[in-house]
Design a protein around this ligand. Structure first.
Ligand SMILES: Nc1nc2c(c(=O)[nH]1)N[C@H]1C(S)=C(S)[C@@H](COP(=O)(O)OP(=O)(O)OC[C@H]3O[C@@H](n4cnc5c(=O)[nH]c(N)nc54)[C@H](O)[C@@H]3O)O[C@H]1N2
Ligand SMILES: Nc1nc2c(c(=O)[nH]1)N[C@H]1C(S)=C(S)[C@@H](COP(=O)(O)OP(=O)(O)OC[C@H]3O[C@@H](n4cnc5c(=O)[nH]c(N)nc54)[C@H](O)[C@@H]3O)O[C@H]1N2
Ligand SMILES: [Mo]
Length: 666
């Protein structure tokens, strides 16, 4: 007998915080999703999904999904109706506002979903109307953006689809083989055509392992390395004076900065041999087209913004922008900003000005007795601060406060949700409508809901809509549907075309050589040259090094997305245990053998994990990748227990990799 099965393919977009933003096809049979696949026609997705998202259905249909509201009771949670849960939340938020003012409410969200509708639209409206504190969302790429924008303005970078034209790839603080597997393909295309791949990273990442050359500076000294390269370019007469005089500012100042020190001076600071610095600098100038591509990883230290401006200046000094595929790429701010949900947030709904709290200083904000008003209610969605925020012991201490009301909107019982008073169940990408931007390529991607919400889960937008009603917020802004929000977002864009094809390239008319003749996004249209080395806060601090001799780096894992996916069987079983990669020269004097249990500590906190003794780590620079949930660590604390809440010199961004520690056998 033939069963009739209604099968359809639904166009979707991966919502996760990754520069690749894939177009997905979901197969739905009789209301159940049965397969997800990459869109074969999408120029970046090219038909494949990564090791995190290719089994997305395991996430959607996981037994561990939270599918109804939960209320804290004694030491655990009990199931509650939406009515009861919303009543509790509304009551507590209004009470906090009445007693301590709206700013005692702190919204906390990041990029659990990058959807322009689900990330922060209705939520922002509700928080604005309550007069809640503003959250400064700078935890990811802001230090680097601050630096690159200081050099280029908000300006088109080198379109990844042009990267295959490059013949020299200088990949700086980026591990795309793990963290951007589709953009990585574009680099591989260049390599197949003969490009040389040079990676700048203290750690031998997967990308560094297969590179043609690997330069290993001390964390936070990238500007010194870049200035050394520029000096070598100048010494060899390979600087492009004509291009710089025509299209940049600060050329003469740059040359006088370069005259101050020989390459050896910079080599000593960054710990890379001067001959290597000089040769790579010359090769970058002579091999054309030459592309420098900055990652997010090199900016987690005090001086990062000026380091990013300085590295961008290298591509200017050599005139790399003249060539198709040459120049400097980081985050394509111009195309990413072209489609903005900011106007949907409705800051005009605020009753007055509000204070701002930096998301990397959550620990401080929750525990500082001097803070007026104190944070009394935390509303968290699309983020897992118990894992991703620095100075974890302060964060957890804050989350444990009895007088803090916490509501967490989640798909899973994360380390943060475990501290909540109320947990509200939210949908996955297959269950809601959205449009997703990209911070790696130039496409926006449509996400049609493929299936009905599971259980009692609701999209973020809907949760804040129903909460608004409970809070007595009656402005029509709180009842706009997701479709109406999308229409507003896409005003001026071809929405029908986007829906039909699933993705649209944002074309700013930049062409294949966007800055061959200047045209930068700065006020003058000229790139602004920099050669500024600002030392890291801890890495080069000799007094601190006496107590804490090692500089710890906490990069991303291959198969988790920050802490997302770390609870899923396939991903977790492939990387089951947190580790500390330690160079043999650091391990031996401490009596640490491969596989030993170690304690890593400084004056902020400590954590336990297993040591992997390997020269993948640079001497003096151990590496503890981040993302495992706290339950995977013996004492429930991760590397994040050692990281600092200090913010970068500009951009107010975190300094996760500017972190001195000591390691001992546990
Ligand atoms: N598989 C996977 N993919 C991801 C993520 C994930 O968690 N897992 N996270 C996503 C997110 S949110 C982001 S922001 C991106 C990040 O993507 P990446 O930029 O690749 O991020 P990281 O792994 O943090 O850092 C990259 C490299 O920078 C090196 N590094 C650290 N400090 C320094 C330094 O001072 N100088 C230099 N030159 N290098 C340094 C690290 O050793 C690391 O190998 O990836 C996204 N994609
Ligand atoms: N030490 C150290 N710390 C770091 C970093 C580092 O390199 N080192 N990287 C930093 C960086 S670059 C970033 S971007 C941040 C990431 O910080 P976060 O954005 O907080 O990242 P995740 O840990 O992935 O947590 C996202 C959560 O959102 C949930 N979620 C997913 N979709 C939805 C949805 O539709 N609705 C709701 N309500 N929830 C959803 C997921 O289940 C997950 O628990 O971490 C930062 N922290
Ligand atoms: Mo990030």
């Amino acid at each position: 007998m033939m069963l009739h099965v209604a099968t359809r393919i639904v166009r979707g977009a991966c919502p996760h915080d990754c520069p690749d933003t894939c177009a997905m096809h979901t197969t739905v049979e009789d209301g159940r999703a049965t397969q997800v696949a990459g869109d074969p026609d999408h120029p970046i997705t090219v038909g494949f999904l990564c090791g995190k998202v290719s089994n997305y259905l395991d996430r959607v249909y996981s037994d561990e999904r939270i599918l109804h509201p939960l209320l804290r009771e004694d030491d655990g949670f009990r199931r509650a109706s939406w009515d009861e849960a919303l009543e509790r939340v509304a009551d507590q938020l209004l009470r906090a506002r009445e007693e301590f003012g709206g700013e005692s409410i702190l919204p906390y969200s990041y990029m659990g979903t990058q959807g322009l509708i689900q990330a922060n639209t209705m939520s922002a409206r509700v928080m604005n109307a309550l007069g809640a504190s503003a959250l400064e969302r700078t935890v990811c790429a802001t230090a680097g953006i601050t630096g690159v924008v200081a050099a280029h303005g908000v300006s088109p970078e080198v379109d990844p689809e042009e990267w295959p034209h490059a013949r020299y790839l200088l990949i700086w603080g980026w591990n795309p083989m793990s963290t951007a597997p589709h953009l990585w393909r574009k680099l591989l295309d260049a390599r197949k055509a003969g490009a040389r791949l040079v990676v700048v990273d203290p750690f031998r990442s997967r990308t560094a392992r297969i590179a043609d050359e690997h330069l290993r500076p001390l964390p936070g000294t990238d500007a010194a390395l870049a200035i050394g390269m520029m000096r070598a370019v100048f010494d060899a007469g390979l600087h492009d004076e004509d291009w710089c005089r025509a299209y940049t500012e600060g050329y003469d100042e740059l040359l006088s900065r370069l005259a101050e020190h020989e390459v050896e001076h910079w080599a000593e600071i960054c710990g890379v041999e001067s001959e290597t610095i000089a040769r790579v600098g010359r090769e970058f100038a002579e091999t054309r087209p030459a592309l420098v591509r900055l990652g997010v990883g090199a900016q987690r230290h005090m001086g990062a913004p000026s380091a990013y401006s300085t590295i961008a200046s290298l591509a200017c000094l050599t005139g790399a922008w003249r060539d198709r595929g040459g120049g400097c790429s980081y985050i394509p701010t111009a195309t990413a900003d072209a489609l903005s949900s900011r106007p949907l947030e409705r800051e005009d709904l605020r009753p007055g000005p509000v204070r701002s709290i930096n998301m990397s200083q959550l620990g401080q904000s929750l525990t500082d007795p001097q803070l007026v008003p104190p944070v009394k209610a935390l509303v968290c969605w699309s983020s897992n601060p118990a894992v991703i925020a620095p100075d974890q012991q302060r964060v957890l201490e804050g989350l444990r406060r009895d007088d803090l009301f916490t509501v967490v909107i989640e798909q899973f019982m994360t380390d943060t949700a475990a501290y909540a008073d109320v947990v509200l169940p939210t949908t996955t990408q297959l269950e809601h409508l959205d449009v997703v931007f990209s911070w790696g390529h130039h496409y926006m991607t449509w996400n049609e809901p493929a299936i009905e919400p599971l259980g009692e889960a609701k999209p973020n937008t809907e949760i804040f809509r129903v909460l608004a009603t409970r809070l007595g917020l009656d402005d029509p802004a709180f009842q706009e549907s997701d479709e109406q929000l999308v229409d507003r977002l896409l005003a001026g864009f071809d929405e029908d075309g986007l829906r039909e094809r699933g993705w649209t390239k944002i074309d700013l008319g930049q062409g294949p050589r966007p800055h061959a003749e200047g045209g930068f996004g700065t006020d003058t249209g000229r790139a602004v040259l920099h050669a500024d080395y600002l030392p890291p806060a801890e890495v080069t601090d000799e007094a601190r090094a006496e107590r804490f001799p090692l500089a710890l780096v906490t990069p991303k894992t291959h198969l988790f997305l920050n802490s997302t996916f770390a609870n899923q069987r396939r991903q977790h079983s492939a990387q089951p245990t947190p580790e500390l990669v330690l160079h043999p020269d650091d391990a031996a004097p401490r009596g640490i053998e491969d596989g030993a249990r170690v304690r890593v500590f400084n004056d902020r906190g400590d954590f336990l994990c297993l040591a992997r003794v390997s020269d993948d780590a640079r001497p003096g620079v151990p590496v503890a990748p981040m993302g495992w949930w706290n339950r995977d660590y013996t004492d429930g604390r991760s590397a994040q227990a050692t990281t600092s809440q200090a913010l970068t010199e500009a951009g107010n961004a975190p300094t996760f990799n500017d972190n001195r520690v000591e390691v001992e056998l546990a």
